[in-house]
Design a protein around this ligand. Structure first.
Ligand code: NAP
Length: 298
């Protein structure tokens, strides 16, 4: 298969490219510099020229506070551009795999959200991604929509200027104490694991909407404490509530995704987020990061 990756410089895109480069499939990486997805004509031209069998769209404007300030851009990147890509894929018979988010849900559930739960986003980012999903379903017959949550990957999220793990490690190295919410629950997910599962789904010809996250769930505070514990940092996080931190953005308090279709279709559940976190820390230490080297040597 010839597989084009949009957003190939991002944290998920980087892991997808690495896995594809070591496979029999042909990789076509497309960075933001190569193509702004909002440029409809260039996007259609590029897909016509490249003729991939599969397009995996990981590109997004997902800095949640910035989306709230700039809804036009959020909808341009996460919704309108996605519709154009989907229409081009339909015309050129390209299978579209599109990434979405747990933030399409309102967080009022007390059990993990199944794939068929009704979206009810609380913020502009979630609304733009939910709208993008609807337009994919409407515009291209052969599609896969994968919702995920709380990503951490070795490339670091370019859109957010690093990821949460990196932020905690940086604060620890500067002996600064992070204050982290205890009342937002989610499933942290390692992009390497997600990329592996995405490629399995794509190769199996999976169609429709899937939830794909590492197993288990925690609060951002628990996640922070585990990161600091695993890396034997000298600091602890300070717990707080969402209400203690004024923000222009409403966020779901519970956005755990039931990986129901994966289970029903016999896929191996993704490993626990804690195991994935340890692998991430080991991988970054092996790549020579002094902040985590001691942990691997211990
Ligand atoms: N990160 C999370 O915690 C999280 C959680 C749930 C779902 N998701 C979804 O998962 C996907 C991947 O997330 P990620 O963490 O891998 O993101 P990321 O690291 O920020 O990567 C996104 C990539 O898209 C590129 N991009 C942004 N705007 C673009 C545009 N207009 N045209 C072309 N490329 C553009 C970015 O390039 P530049 O950096 O150069 O702009 C970046 O390389 C996204 O769809 C996101 O909505 C993410």
């Amino acid at each position: 298969m010839r597989v084009a990756i949009l957003g190939s410089g991002g944290q998920l895109g980087t892991d997808l490219c690495r896995l594809l480069a070591n496979s029999e499939d042909e990789l076509v990486p497309i960075t933001h510099r190569d193509l702004d997805v909002c440029d409809r004509e260039q996007a259609a031209r590029m897909l016509k020229t490249l003729q991939p069998d599969v397009l995996i769209n990981t590109s997004a404007f997902h800095k949640v506070e910035a989306c709230e300030e700039d809804p036009e851009r959020a909808f341009a990147v996460n919704c309108l551009a996605v519709r154009q890509l989907a229409m081009a894929c339909q015309e050129l018979d390209i299978f579209l795999c599109h990434m979405s988010t747990d933030y399409i849900f309102d967080g009022t559930a007390s059990d993990p959200y199944p794939e068929e739960a009704a979206p009810n986003p609380l913020n502009v980012y979630g609304a733009s991604k939910a709208a993008g999903e609807f337009l994919v379903r409407n515009s291209v017959r052969r599609h896969l929509i994968v919702r995920t949550s709380g990503l951490f990957g070795l490339a670091g999220s370019s859109g957010k200027g690093g990821n949460f793990v990196e932020t905690m490690l940086r604060m620890a190295s500067e002996a600064r104490t992070p204050t982290v919410v205890t009342d937002q629950i989610f499933s942290p997910t390692y992009t390497e694991d997600l990329a592996g599962m995405l490629l399995q789904l794509v190769r199996a010809g999976a169609n429709g909407t899937y939830h794909v996250t590492n197993s288990g769930s925690c609060s951002w505070y628990d996640f922070a404490e585990t990161i600091l514990d695993v890396t034997q940092a000298d600091i602890h996080a300070v717990p707080c509530l969402t209400a203690d931190r004024p923000s222009n953005v409403r966020r779901p308090s519970f956005s755990v995704l039931e990986n129901g279709r994966l289970r029903a279709e016999g896929y191996q559940p993704m490993r626990l987020w804690i195991e994935a976190l340890v692998s991430y820390i080991e991988a970054r230490a092996k790549s020579g990061d002094p902040r985590t080297l001691s942990m691997v040597q211990a």
